[in-house]
Design a protein around this ligand. Sequence first.
Ligand SMILES: Cc1cc2nc3c(=O)[nH]c(=O)nc-3n(C[C@H](O)[C@H](O)[C@H](O)COP(=O)(O)OP(=O)(O)OC[C@H]3O[C@@H](n4cnc5c(N)ncnc54)[C@H](O)[C@@H]3O)c2cc1C
Length: 350
Amino acid sequence: MALSNLECFQINPLIKDYNGPACAYVTGPLGGYTANSKGERFIECDYWSGQMMWEFYQELESGNGPVFLKVDHLAEETIQTIEEILHSNERPSRGRFHQGRGTNYRQDMVEMHISEIGFCSGHSASGVWVNEKAETSVKGLYSAGDMAAVPHNYMLGAFTYGWFAGVNAAQYVMDVEDSKLNQAEIEQEKARIYAPLSRQEGLSPEQVEYKLRRFVNDYLQPPKTRQKMEIGLRRFEEIKQDILQIAVHNPHELMRAAEVSVIRDCAEMAARASLFRTESRWGLYHYRADFPEKNNENWFCHAHLKKDEQGNMVSFKKAIEPYVVPIHESEAQSYDQLRIQKTHKETVTG
Ligand SMILES: Cc1cc2nc3c(=O)[nH]c(=O)nc-3n(C[C@H](O)[C@H](O)[C@H](O)COP(=O)(O)OP(=O)(O)OC[C@H]3O[C@@H](n4cnc5c(N)ncnc54)[C@H](O)[C@@H]3O)c2cc1C
């Protein structure tokens, strides 16, 4: 199966120490925004993208960091509206988190940070390659939503492509006979999945996952370099041995063990795809410190990853289909211009 643009990671702005976004894009229409420690706005758009995360990262690492959600300049009734949306509709635990930390929107900015990396077409562009019918490169298999490489498709894209996938899959099965199941393959897969239950002693899934996630953060988190990716690949290879020693005692732990194995595969794919694209693109999502420039001449294309006949991961380029609606050159470049430009007067007076 072909996977598309796995080097285009998803990285989100999060509330520091809280597992959720600060939602500056929710407060935006009400006057809130993403700010640096001086309370200054530095990006044109608060909704996240690779380029937005690049500007966020630059500010975070500069003398102006950290980065915050700023609503403390707003009127009391506006703040109450924001609290009602963010602390009930979005995440009820958020109000309790701020209360515990003593953060009050009326006088405090909310500190933000950067998430771990992930694969997700809902918020970036990576995933299972699909065509306009939601067909994958495996005949009879369809994909939609966050799994499928339909860039920035979010919930509306998940619904729309889910519909394409459902209708087209239903049409496909009308014309095919039931396949014969390969019982030997099923037994082999069951043996692999259930193996941790048969071990009396061994490593816990949590231990292996903790170790693996640390390597992901140490080696895959941008800025990326060839050296970091290659060391990461060596570590991910070693984790295969740890996975063979996982021992579990119940179905929940068995699920966690299966997840560790999948996370490892994703980490390896992320490293291999990142090594293949020798340029930088999508802001922070694929920032190669050793190839810092965007190179449209060689890399204005999709990068695909698949298994070859021997089961090895191989990368190859795939041309981009012509745009259905042509876009103006200024529009094509607007993605790279998210940072608010200082006026000459501001630059002179500081
Ligand atoms: C914090 C956050 C805020 C968001 N806000 C918005 C927004 O405001 N607007 C918007 O349009 N989009 C938003 N999105 C994006 C949107 O939620 C996703 O793009 C969309 O839900 C993807 O739908 P999906 O069906 O592909 O995946 P999911 O909704 O993730 O569904 C996948 C399901 O598969 C299940 N599953 C996984 N593995 C297995 C397995 N092995 N066996 C059985 N089941 C399994 C999971 O439990 C899950 O229920 C947001 C996402 C996040 C994370």
